[in-house]
Write a protein that binds this ligand. Structure first.
Ligand code: TXA
Ligand code: MG
Length: 343
């Protein structure tokens, strides 16, 4: 990989002065860490192939894993996507701005570096006021993957971005904690329905009110050797702390009993609210049982904490698979390398 240019990384509040600085850097083809409602993004001018290449270098990301392009209005969508099924406008009307990414055949003017060489483009209109303002004031669609080093948990706080990107980019804007906590829902949109490639804050249940939804096999299963991922990101190891993450599928008592039998130095657990008292290993709070929203909000922070605590093994209770729980389960499965113990 290309040697990194060393930057003095500024961490500024996302106020008028911070935004002005960010807009100027983005216009010069530089990278800026920005808040969105899902996770922090590593943003660059989507029209500039050199800027897009800097994203891959800063993240250590494989160059065939395409970026999501962030827009502020539907005019921008027109300039980026060659084909836009009517259904996309229905879904945009219902869920944009918000945590929904739609995939379209790309306009030929979009650089290959931005789409990882694919002839499709992933587009989303973020609802975070700072992200929206940066796009409007720069007049640029912003290519932005999550602002973590490739393979690590996505950042939900500006300090996470600083941990991963210090010295690699000139500026991070601090817009506080992300409200959703997991990355956007990614769908391929067709005339008559959508295929879910990555679950997120816009749930299958919400999409199903508007159209037929097919959940891609890759969402809950490991790709077999040689199998082609429809969303290239799904084939890479993801969200992994150094600790060995193991998902426990069972009642609170069965999980507690399993943890008791496996306790030892470096053994930690995540616990749903109120269930920590059943455990006799140290634990980290992991939202409420049956409430995917509360779990999504803390998941990546907790996965980063595993390393800060020097945990060797972390047992995590199985989330529900409906609503936002499906997104939590999808990320956890990858963090755990698909290691699930059924009790
Ligand atoms: O919430 C989010 O989506 C965040 C914030 C910053 O907006 N961004 C994000 O980007 O999660 P990233 O790069 O970490 O994940 C993008 C995912 C990857 O799995 C990638 O493979 C997939 O979207 N993707 C992007 N373009 C695609 C395309 N043309 N076809 C299929 N999958 C695509
Ligand atoms: Mg990512």
């Amino acid at each position: 990989m290309e040697t990194q240019k060393r930057f003095e990384t500024a961490l500024l509040p996302a106020n008028d002065a911070g935004i002005e600085k960010a807009v100027s850097l983005l216009r010069q083809g530089e990278l800026v860490g920005i808040p969105t409602e899902t996770v922090y993004g590593l943003a660059a001018n989507a029209w500039n192939p050199e800027a897009a290449k800097k994203i891959y270098a800063a993240k250590g990301r494989p160059s065939d894993n395409p970026l999501i392009v962030h827009i502020a209005d539907l005019e921008m969508l027109k300039s980026l996507a060659r084909v836009r099924p009517q259904l996309a406008y229905t879904l945009a009307d219902a869920f944009w701005p918000g945590p929904l990414t739609m995939i379209f055949p790309k306009a030929k003017e979009v650089p290959d570096a931005t789409t990882g060489g694919l002839d499709t483009i992933a587009v989303r209109m973020p609802s975070h006021p700072v992200a929206a303002r940066l796009i409007r004031e720069s007049g640029l669609p912003l290519a932005a993957p999550s602002a973590n080093l490739s393979g690590l948990p996505s950042p939900t706080k500006a300090e996470h971005v600083f941990q991963d990107m210090n010295g690699r980019i000139p500026l991070i804007l601090d817009g506080g904690e992300c409200s959703v906590g997991v990355e956007s829902t990614v769908i391929a949109v067709h005339e008559d329905g959508v295929r879910l490639l990555r679950p997120g804050g816009i749930t299958v249940e919400m999409l199903s009110k508007y159209c037929a939804v097919t959940v891609d096999d890759g969402v809950l299963h490991q790709l077999k050797n040689g199998e082609k991922a429809l969303s290239p990101g799904m084939k890479y190891k993801h969200y992994s702390p150094k600790a060995n993450v193991i998902i426990l599928d069972g009642s609170p008592d069965a999980c507690a009993e399993y943890v008791r039998l496996h306790k030892g130095p470096g053994v930690w657990a995540m616990a749903f609210e109120g269930e920590e008292k059943l455990l006799d290993v140290p634990s980290m709070p992991f939202g409420k049982r049956g409430d995917g929203l509360s779990q999504a909000k803390v998941l990546f922070d907790r996965l980063r904490e595993c390393d800060e605590k020097g945990a060797k093994t972390v047992y995590v209770p199985m989330p529900e698979k409906d609503g936002v729980g499906l997104a939590v389960y999808n990320r956890l499965l990858r963090a755990a390398g698909f290691d699930v113990v059924v009790l």
